[in-house]
Design a protein around this ligand. Structure first.
Ligand code: CUA
Length: 347
C-alpha cells in the first residue's frame, strides 16, 4: 500500500470517529430529565460515549480494511501471512491507554454515585414494595409509621426523596427512567435510592427485572405534583391520584362498601388491567380470567375474590398466580371503589 493511501486512510478513519462521536454525544438518548440531581448521570453517559465510540469506529474500520486488504486473491491463493512475534511498544500502548481510561472512568463514576446517594436534608421517605405484578408505595413519617399508601407514586416537586426498596416474593427492579435511576427490589433486603424530582408531570415507573408472567405489565406512574396538592393527598391517606382533579369528599372507612366507582376504574386499570380483560375499562390482560360481568356478584364476594384469590379459582386458571396480598396492599377505600366500579361495569 502506498504511503499516501495510508495517510488518506488514517485521516478518513479519524474524521469518521470524530464525527460519529459528535453525533452520539449530541443525540438525545434519554427521556425528559425529572431530577436535576440526576444530571450528573447524563454527563457520565456522555463521557462514556466519548471514551467508547471512537474505539468502536476505529476497530470496525480496521476489521473492514483487513477483510479487504488481506483476503485470498483468487482460488489458488493459500499463502499464510508473515509470522510476527510480539511488539513491546504496541503491547505497552494497548495496555496503558485502556487502563488509564477505565480507571479514570471508574473514579468518575464513583464520584457521581457518591453524589447521587448522598443523604439530603428534609427527605421524604417512601417505602417501595415490589410484588408480582405491581408496585406499592408506603409513605413514612419521622417515626417510620405508614401515613399513606398508594399504587402510584405521588411526590411533591422539589422535595428530596428517599426510597426504601423491598420485595415480597421474587426479585423485581424499581426503575424510574426519567430520573435515570434503577435499583433491584430483593426479598429480605432493604435497598435505598434517592432523587429530587422538580419537573411537574406524570412519568412511568417500570419493573426492570424479569419477575414472572406479568413482568411486562408491572408498571406504575410517578406523579410529580405541587406541594399543597401533595399535602392534601397525603393527609387523605394516599390512594388513587388523578392529575386533573383533586380528590375530595369524605370517604367511607375500611372495606365496608359505598366506594366511588369513578375512582375505582383507575384502581382497576392500574392494579388489575394488566392481567384481566374488562371491556368497560378497555383492558385486555390475559393472565387471569376476563372480568366482564363479575360485578354481578355481591360486594362481600367480590372483596373476598380480591383478598383470597386462591380460594375459588376460575376454570382453566391455576392457583398461585394472582398475589394473595391485594386485600392488604390496596388501600381500603380503593378496594371499595374497585368493587363499586366492578358492579357498575356489570350493569
Ligand atoms: Cu416485577 Cu418484573
Amino acid at each position: 500500500m502506498k504511503k499516501s493511501h495510508r495517510i488518506i486512510g488514517l485521516v478518513t478513519v479519524a474524521a469518521l470517529a470524530a464525527l460519529v462521536t459528535l453525533g452520539a454525544v449530541e443525540y438525545d438518548w434519554f427521556p425528559t430529565l425529572v431530577s436535576p440531581s440526576s444530571e450528573k448521570i447524563d454527563s457520565l453517559y456522555k463521557w462514556l460515549l466519548v471514551a467508547s465510540v471512537p474505539f468502536f469506529v476505529i476497530i470496525v474500520a480496521a476489521i473492514a480494511f483487513m477483510l479487504i486488504e488481506f483476503r485470498a486473491k483468487g482460488e489458488q491463493d493459500d499463502r499464510d501471512g508473515v509470522p510476527i512475534h510480539g511488539s513491546t511498544l504496541l503491547e505497552v500502548v494497548w495496555t496503558t491507554i485502556p487502563t488509564v481510561i477505565v480507571v479514570a472512568l471508574g473514579f468518575y463514576a464513583w464520584g457521581v454515585l457518591n453524589d447521587v446517594e448522598a443523604k439530603q436534608r428534609n427527605e421524604l421517605t417512601v417505602r417501595v414494595i415490589g410484588q408480582q405484578f405491581l408496585w406499592t408505595f408506603e409513605y413514612l413519617d419521622e417515626n417510620d409509621e405508614v401515613v399513606a399508601k398508594s399504587n402510584d407514586l405521588v411526590v411533591p416537586a422539589g422535595r428530596p426523596l428517599h426510597f426504601l426498596i423491598e420485595a415480597r416474593d421474587v426479585v423485581h427492579s424499581f426503575y424510574v427512567p426519567n430520573a435515570r435511576l434503577k435499583r433491584d427490589a430483593t426479598p429480605g433486603v432493604v435497598k435505598s435510592l434517592r432523587f429530587r424530582p422538580t419537573k411537574l408531570g406524570a412519568y412511568p415507573i417500570v419493573c426492570a427485572e424479569l419477575c414472572g408472567i406479568g413482568h411486562a405489565t408491572m408498571r406504575s406512574t410517578m406523579f410529580v405534583v405541587k406541594r399543597p396538592a401533595f399535602a392534601k393527598w397525603l393527609k387523605d391517606g394516599g390512594g388513587v391520584y388523578t392529575m386533573t382533579e383533586a380528590k375530595g369528599g369524605d370517604k367511607a372507612a375500611g372495606g365496608t362498601g359505598g366506594g366511588d366507582a369513578a375512582a375505582g376504574k383507575t384502581v382497576f386499570t392500574s392494579n388489575c388491567g394488566s392481567c384481566h380483560k374488562l371491556a368497560d375499562a378497555g383492558t385486555a390482560g390475559a393472565v387471569g380470567p376476563a372480568l366482564d360481568g363479575i360485578g354481578k356478584e355481591s360486594e362481600a364476594t367480590l372483596l373476598e375474590m380480591i383478598a383470597e384469590p386462591d380460594k375459588d379459582v376460575a376454570k382453566g386458571y391455576s392457583k398461585g398466580i394472582m398475589p394473595p396480598t391485594f386485600g392488604d396492599s390496596i388501600p381500603k377505600e380503593d378496594l371499595d371503589a374497585l368493587v363499586a366500579y366492578l358492579q357498575q361495569a356489570a350493569k
